[in-house]
Design a protein around this ligand. Structure first.
Ligand SMILES: [Zn+2]
Length: 360
């Protein structure tokens, strides 16, 4: 197969070239690969050819068609982050296993999963033995733990629930993803419980307990956590996760996300999030360079989830997961979680996906 390519941040490669794929792997990336030897060619002239997108924070394990919807957006690997706890994990794992892309699951440390009264409000639901048993039953699919720690989810139990989650995660060597913002405890108290490789999602959450102090300075504990190898993820979502003012301040202060994710669920398909391309375009609108934005959804994302090691690149020999993106020019409007709007002139839209060497 033969492709016309443009942009792959992991290799600092950004030019017009062809991509050859053989046996599900990237076989070559270079200009002018002879088409005569290819069984099939796909002309992506004028498009961006990037590694298959990796969305590390979704809720795509809820409905059986969710994986396919994400795949159409160019997402070849994704995580359902905490939709289910130990009690409901079998159903989400079944959706993940049946998905047409690589769906993995972070189990909610609250055994009942996301519940209206708050996942961790009752510490009896933060059941270490149940979580451990569920992970052991599904080691191939459940590759991390999610702890949603906002006050309306955890009350005053945030630190205790996180310690319990860590007591499960550490011996298994798997990451925890915490959902920060509007927590009862100060953010530094939560960061203190995290180990290198853990992930903080919703990094631009409004106060109380965001990443900036009252005068807009980055908390030293956040800078320290990043130095320690803790990742900071965007997590668009729909409710209370970001304002344009905080994103713009952060960009100005050069506090960029390690990864950009959607926090996608079906309700988000028609509200604020829409699809991965739209979420990535929000960062183009605030001036983040295209290659950095793509890295946040490919090479960086692959680094944060051990189960995705080796993905997020078009290096020769890598799994042939490829997203073909159209960088549209025009006038676009992007929304934060508080109906704030920003205009942008560029929008990334999926124009094709290749998963494991197969066109989908
Ligand atoms: Zn979420």
């Amino acid at each position: 197969m033969r492709r016309r390519t443009d942009s792959t941040p992991s290799r600092k490669f950004d030019q017009n070239a062809d991509v050859a794929i053989a046996n599900g792997k990237i076989a070559a990336v270079q200009p002018n690969i002879a088409a005569s030897s290819a069984a099939e060619t796909l002309d992506a002239a004028g498009k961006l050819v990037v590694p298959g997108l990796i969305d590390i924070h979704t809720h795509a394990g809820r409905e059986k068609e969710d994986g396919a919807l994400c795949l159409a957006d160019g997402v070849t690997s994704l995580v359902d982050a905490g939709s289910a706890g130990a009690d409901g994990i079998d159903a989400v794992v079944a959706v993940a296993k049946a998905a047409p892309n690589r769906m993995r699951v972070f189990i909610n440390i609250g055994r009942k999963g996301i519940i209206p009264e708050g996942d961790l409000m009752d510490l009896a639901n933060v059941d270490v033995a149940a979580a451990r048993a569920a992970i052991e039953r599904h080691r191939d699919v459940v590759v991390g733990i999610k702890a949603r720690l906002s006050k309306n989810v955890a009350g005053g139990n945030d630190v205790e629930a996180l310690k319990r989650a860590q007591s499960v995660a550490r011996p298994l060597g798997i990451p925890i993803m915490i959902h920060m913002g509007q927590t009862a405890s100060p953010l530094p108290d939560l960061l203190a419980v995290l180990k290198p490789g853990d992930i903080v999602t919703h990094l631009y959450a409004p106060p109380p307990n965001g990443i900036f102090d009252g005068s807009g300075k980055l908390l030293p504990a956040v800078a320290d956590a990043r130095k320690r190898g803790i990742w900071f993820d965007f997590g668009n979502g729909r409710i209370d996760h970001f304002t344009w003012a905080i994103v713009e301040h952060a960009i100005q202060e050069r506090v960029l996300p390690d990864t950009i994710s959607t926090d996608w669920g079906q309700a988000a398909r028609t509200d604020q999030v829409f699809n991965f391309g739209t979420v990535l375009s929000k960062f183009l609108a605030v001036g983040m360079p295209l290659d950095s934005v793509v890295a946040c959804a490919t090479s960086n994302a692959a680094k944060t989830v051990p189960a995705f090691k080796g993905l997020g690149t078009l290096a020769v020999g890598a799994t042939a997961d490829v997203a073909i993106l159209d960088l549209q020019q025009g006038s676009f409007e992007f929304e934060d979680n508080y109906k704030g709007k920003r205009a942008g002139k560029l929008k990334l839209a999926a124009a094709g996906t290749i998963f494991g060497g197969k066109r989908v």
